[in-house]
Design a protein around this ligand. Sequence first.
Ligand code: SAM
Length: 241
Amino acid sequence: MIDTNNLKITAEKYGIVIPEGMLKYYDFIAEQLVEKNKCYNLTAILEPNDIINKHFIDSLTIVPVISKINKLGSVIDVGTGAGFPGTIAALALKENQSTLLDSSEKKINYLIDLIAEIGEGYAHSPKVVCSRAEEAAKNENHREKYDFAVSRAVASLNTLTELCVPLIKVGGFFVAMKGKNAENEIAEAKNAMSELNVVIEDMEKIILPDESERNILIMRKIGATPDKYPRRSAAIKKKPL
Ligand code: SAM
């Protein structure tokens, strides 16, 4: 389905080595994405090279970021959709336990089947949770339980901070995958960052193979989340922090 040699070579340019024996799982994910998109409406990105560049390589860019900080930490992908970055990063993060969260039941059903089919391709099979992030963060099984929350293409940074940070342990990290507008989003999210007790630790700028700009923003949680956060979805929408 995809040119796995191209995937391997491109990933290496970003410092990620995909072992030969793992390439078949990326190919399988691409094939399932295209096949199941017909009934699940998963993504608009369906051309093989676009799948490699815009889904797989982009998802893999968070792997070195996470590995550098904590090779063993638990990771939750908030608003994972068809599994990006979570399903792809989890293939490469051999020791981290990943959880994929989305509010869409059909996407979660797609992911449950996909992960079962990949089976031992994952050193730790990702866990899958069907919930809104606001609701998961009120549940003691998820609130302040993760070392990392990652997210791509879900909400603007101020809203995303309220959705993701309550899920992270104090001392954990929020890894937001943002585009070329990252600096503006950061300026708008100052209040959210202060309310949710996170500080910016670093930002890595990466140029993706299609020349688009990816900014990986890394925030560290320095204090507990106040009980009032996250607010209900309607309140977040009506008055973002
Ligand atoms: N992260 C994936 C990607 O980059 O391809 C999916 C992005 S898609 C545009 C946004 C996803 O976030 C959707 O699947 C949607 O169901 C999910 N989502 C949006 N708000 C959410 C929330 N509050 N809690 C959980 N999932 C949410």
